[in-house]
Design a protein around this ligand. Sequence first.
Ligand SMILES: [Zn+2]
Ligand SMILES: [Zn+2]
Length: 256
Amino acid sequence: MIRLQLAGCSGGIGGSGRQTTSYLLNDTVLIDAGTGLGTLSLEAMARIDHVVLTHAHLDHIACLPLLVDSVAAMRQAPLQVWALPEVIAILRAHIFNNQIWPDFTVIPDAAHPFLQLNALPADGLTLAGLHFAALPALHGIPACGYKVSSGNATLAFSGDTSDCAGFWEAVLALPTLTAVIVECSYPSTMASMADLSMHMHAGALAERLRALPTSTASVVIHRKPGFEEAIAAELSAALTGRDLRLPHPGEIYQFG
Ligand SMILES: [Zn+2]
Ligand SMILES: [Zn+2]
């Protein structure tokens, strides 16, 4: 069973209905640490043992430095962060560098730090009974999606990406797929902006989702502020009869 709490699933901020990417899985593992993370209670934040990152763009890591600082005194063990090695290098150089934010990987001391930054093993890893493996993404910087499997459910997260053939090939090759959690930043009318920023637009996404088994749920996230309704209308019209979900931040799904 996978309990997926979409603490943040917007492509930007603006009012209480928009919080950026942060997904809590079974209460203890977080995918990305955008502003949605800040909506969780202090106790819920302290229960997070692992943060798995898709990439280092600010809308996906903005609350990670604040999380470490807020819960450090409440935790016995270091908070573990997992990401592609290139993403870990970016975090060390540009965030936890004692200029933007303290280097919590050596605070209070190197033997007992509040934070550990870890390169994701090439064959993935198991956290809290869930197996994580990276999936391809195309976003112009080091980035990936994730396949997350429990005993009876498999989810595929796209992360931020343009239309990535490798991601969809990997997804279609999975023996079982419960749900795909996929970004769609723009409607088709903004296709050139989507291409420029290496994001998906609704026309390209609808084509990809139509190729999936009808039993697969499609959870569409990362809609850019102001385009939510246009994306929803376009996808709803193109995917009638499908299990299409257009969540707002805070929604909780249970799979398996
Ligand atoms: Zn991004
Ligand atoms: Zn993003």
